[in-house]
Design a protein around this ligand. Structure first.
Ligand SMILES: *Cc1c(COP(=O)(O)O)cnc(C)c1O
Length: 427
């Protein structure tokens, strides 16, 4: 399918049924798979043949859907995981170990920040956070001898900063390590990190890819471009024999295109088992079939809501990379010319009290700790996710008490702005 355009791939890439086979992806609801001889199965265990033996590691339904996401991102191989958290953990831990170091943008999803700064730290993986706006020199200075990867989000949740992917890719490659980009918010429909130098792309498919708030999931795509063997001393897991697989060296046996995902499946999935259920993969694929249609509408609604809010007297400022006055407008135009996503954040001048009144009066936008689905939803971090913080702590964290994040769904944009307008008037 690689010669087709994005919209066609969203609908048809991945599963290609043969004569008389089901038109829709079959849900292979089976933990295990049957073989005629022990020898046949032994070949699978030795990674000498490809096939399925146990759904903790791999399942055909998942692989159909992963193959579609690989095509959308322009990668070489991919896999689904049980969540976006699992995708980011696997993508990093596949090349890191006790004693490794990561350089990460500081502007990332709170769950990922915690994963890297707290949980992976307990595993002996250190991190240096850098501002996404840092200079090339500052970025360069963050690297160490034991750095194994660079991480960032194409559009950060919830700060809506836009990553200068080329800058981060150049720094990563000059230090002989890959760039991992979480592309959840713009999705491959609006941004293609691999084309700008990213080596590994991750997703919380829970967000726009599913798009209906129906199934938690994640995905990892490997561009297949990073030359592990050229930096063999940094990546012993890929470049030296794996004794748990009879001494296979992944980078030798599976090459640049296959080594990363094969190791991630056969070691991390085997040992940690964070696989997506085939039911969820099926639901995810239904979302992917309309991703290109939905993203355009999310962007249209996000733009209309951002422009509307920026004209309201009760609003101090609006963050949205599609606004000309936004700090990331030019970066977004370069990396996502069709627009970014439908998430907008803004601060109400009246602080916490104003935010509470505003949210109480919304009729269409529901209060949820979620983003990126068909129904508009919003959140005031100060009274929900950041509730335990004082006014001073909120300010220091860049989350003022009057900040509201709104994820614009697929409703009519005039209905949305009218709803926001009447709720603003109630303040
Ligand atoms: C939600 C989110 C995650 C975590 O994904 P889950 O599916 O909730 O585990 C990771 N990265 C980004 C950018 C997200 O928005």
């Amino acid at each position: 399918m690689s010669n087709y355009n994005m919209d066609t791939k969203c609908v048809q890439a991945g599963y290609r049924p043969g004569n008389g086979e089901p038109r829709q992806i079959p849900i292979i609801q089976s933990t295990t798979f049957k073989y005629a001889t022990s020898e046949d199965m032994g070949k699978l265990f030795d990674l000498e043949a490809s096939g399925y033996f146990y759904s903790r590691l791999q399942n055909p339904t998942n692989d159909y859907v992963a193959a579609k996401i690989v095509e959308l991102e322009g990668g070489a191989a991919g896999m689904l995981t049980s969540s976006g958290q699992a995708a980011n953990f696997f993508a990093l831990f596949n090349i890191c170990e006790n004693g490794s170091h990561i350089v990460s943008s500081s502007s990332i999803y709170g769950g990922t920040f915690n994963l890297i700064a707290v949980t992976m730290a307990k595993m002996g993986v250190e991190v240096t956070f850098v501002s996404p706006d840092c200079t090339e020199e500052e970025l360069d200075a963050a690297f160490r001898e034991n750095t194994k990867a660079v991480f960032g989000e194409s559009i950060a949740n919830p700060a809506l900063t836009v990553l200068d992917i080329e800058k981060f890719a150049k720094a990563a490659h000059s230090h002989g390590v890959p760039l991992v980009v979480d592309n959840t918010f713009p999705t491959p429909v609006n941004c293609n990190p691999i084309a700008w130098g990213a080596d590994i792309v991750t997703h919380s498919t829970t967000k726009y890819m599913d798009g209906h708030g129906a199934a938690v999931g994640g995905a990892i795509v490997d561009a297949g471009k990073f030359d592990w063997m050229a930096h063999a001393e940094k990546f012993p897991g890929l470049c030296t024999p794996d004794e748990s697989y009879h001494g296979i060296t992944y980078a030798e046996k599976f090459g640049k295109e296959g080594a990363f995902i094969t190791k991630c499946t056969s070691q991390l999935m085997r040992d940690l088992g964070c696989i997506q259920s085939p039911q969820s993969a099926y639901i995810l694929n239904l979302g992917l079939e309309s991703l290109h249609v939905r993203m355009a509408r999310h962007v249209e609604n996000g733009q209309a809501v951002a422009e509307f809010l920026s004209r309201q007297p009760q609003v101090a400022y609006v963050n949205y990379p599609g606004l000309k006055e936004d700090k990331y407008y030019e970066t977004a135009r370069k990396y996502m010319p069709k627009g970014g996503c439908g998430v907008v954040s803004f601060e109400l001048k009246g602080g916490r009290q104003a935010a509470e009144t505003f949210m109480k009066h919304l009729k269409l936008a529901a209060i949820e700790t979620h983003v990126a689905d068909a129904r508009t939803c919003c959140l005031n971090p100060a009274t929900s996710t950041h509730r335990q913080m004082t006014e001073e702590q909120l300010k220091a964290a860049g989350v003022p008490a009057g900040l509201v994040r709104i994820s614009c769904g697929l409703e009519d944009k005039e209905d949305l702005t009218a709803d926001l307008g009447q709720a603003l008037n109630a303040i």
